[in-house]
Design a protein around this ligand. Structure first.
Ligand SMILES: [Zn+2]
Length: 472
């Protein structure tokens, strides 16, 4: 898609960052932060976005030349700003080792053998094989068990694994978690990582994620499935093995709502009732009749990508040893299914603009006569679109002492299409930065938010995590 910019930005990120990295000083009543902002800032932000989102960078997918060019550009922008290199070996780059997987149509199979005959499922319309990071090809034949949403939360009085034996079976599960859970609990139990952990802990040898009508109305299967050829990625550990690859699961697959209807047709209750119970939080688990055969082929390739990291040293002799990481992801999803004849997913908002705003914050902070008291790290992370991999790698292997990282502010997709009226700090309840955010918002004359939804029209969003945790 061609990017046509409409940039109405405020130096909001700068001020949030400034407030949380400096001694809180009450602003004089007539202070106007915009008046002190760098006048060439908007043009510089536009220039960065125009370069990073250009078709020539081919959507900046991690592991591609387009991303490598983008990372070279950002490193040299950091050099020009005057940030110190803070990556590996005195460079701006931190190498991130990855394994790339691409599933193949050829060899993909999903069949169900029941007493009354065999059922074949259609590739793409009804099923997609999962990406297998452990083997270039797989075949698995096993009995099936339905495990609701695969949620094991005994402390909340909820367990989808109660009363069923999952060992040696292919588990069939819905996405999500019960609506009765709090936001935080739901986010935890709905995560793919937690579900796979529970399936493996219960002895499953395969997993089938199935669609449901409510989610499909919001995120139609067809829209996601048209990009089925896009690569998946995992971090590679020091042992050379991919992380979160679940080798205990010999095969995985996903089913559309139509595929789910076909698979659940043999269940002990009507399919529509199962769908309805998902919404009301009253799912029951049970064995499904028949044996499923899942087969697939995956092309696996080791690739390197890189985070880009620059440092602005702090001015306080003691506090300079502490680091605040200001992060934004630099990658986007690359080239995929064409939309109106254009297959490049430029990622202007997601997240060239976040990178440009981060670089502008670095520019203004560097130009300030007094540096912030704590040291600041500006981290452009890779492979966010493949599962927050660059951020996770940086959190696991930071290029500064891990316990010196005291806060992280992440910016993703600041869509400044209208006047900024509020700062909505997503995840602030897990952070100690709330008072700083509110002070900075007040300085700018915008609302401090406080909830997950902006009270008045679109605003800017910030993501927080403490102590070097992966930004979300
Ligand atoms: Zn993003």
């Amino acid at each position: 898609m061609i990017f046509r910019p409409t940039l109405l930005f405020a130096p909001l990120a700068l001020c949030v960052l400034a407030a949380c990295s400096r001694q809180p000083e009450p602003a004089p009543p007539d202070a106007d932060p915009a008046a002190t902002a760098d006048a060439s800032g908007p043009a510089r932000i536009e220039a960065d976005v125009r370069f990073l989102a250009d078709d020539l960078l081919e959507g900046r997918a991690a592991g591609t030349r387009g991303y490598d060019l983008a990372s070279l550009y950002v490193a040299n922008r950091m050099r020009a700003i005057g940030l110190a290199p803070a990556g590996d070996d005195g460079t701006y780059f931190q190498r991130v080792p990855l394994l790339e997987a691409r599933r193949q149509r050829e060899g993909a199979q999903f069949t169900l053998q029941r007493d009354d005959g065999a059922l074949s499922f259609t590739f793409l319309d009804e099923f997609l094989p999962g990406m297998n990071f452990n083997a270039a090809s797989h075949v698995l034949s096993a009995p099936l068990v339905f495990v609701g949403q695969a949620v094991h939360a005994p402390d909340l009085g909820y367990d989808d694994f109660k009363g069923v034996d999952v060992r040696g079976k292919v588990a069939v599960y819905f996405s999500g978690a019960p609506a009765s859970f709090s936001n935080t609990q739901r986010a935890f139990h709905a995560s793919g990582h937690e579900k796979m952990s529970q399936l493996v802990a219960n002895g499953a040898i395969g997993a089938i994620g199935i669609g449901n009508p409510v989610d499909d109305a919001k995120y139609p299967w067809a829209r996601g499935a048209r990009n089925w050829e896009m690569a998946g990625m995992r971090l590679v550990g020091a042992d050379g093995k991919p992380a979160d690859a679940w080798p205990e699961l010999k095969a995985t697959a996903t089913l559309s709502v139509e595929g789910a209807r076909k698979l659940l047709a043999g269940a002990p209750m009507p399919v529509d009732e199962i769908f309805e119970r998902r919404e009301s939080g009253k799912l029951e688990s049970f064995d499904l009749p028949g044996r499923v055969t899942l087969a697939g082929a995956t092309t696996l390739q080791a690739v390197d990508s890189r985070n880009v990291i620059g440092k602005l040293p702090g001015s306080d002799p003691t506090l300079a040893a502490e680091h605040i990481a200001y992060s934004a992801h630099l990658d986007h999803i690359g080239i995929g299914a064409e939309v109106d004849g254009d297959g490049v997913y430029n990622g202007a908002f997601d997240n060239a603009l976040g990178i440009a705003v981060m670089l502008q914050a670095a520019t203004e902070l560097k130009a300030d006569a007094t540096a912030p008291r704590r040291s600041l790290l500006f981290v452009a992370v890779t492979a966010e679109e493949r599962g927050l991999l660059g951020a996770t790698y940086f959190a696991q292997f930071p290029t500064v002492a891990k316990d010196s990282l005291v806060a992280n502010i992440n910016m993703d997709m600041p869509v400044f299409l209208t006047e900024v009226t509020d700062v909505v700090p997503i995840g602030i309840e897990h952070s100690t930065l709330e008072a700083d955010v509110q002070a900075a918002a007040a300085q700018l004359g915008v609302g401090g938010g406080g909830g997950p939804h902006p009270p008045r029209g679109p605003g800017a969003t910030f993501f927080f995590e403490l102590n070097g945790g992966a930004p979300t």
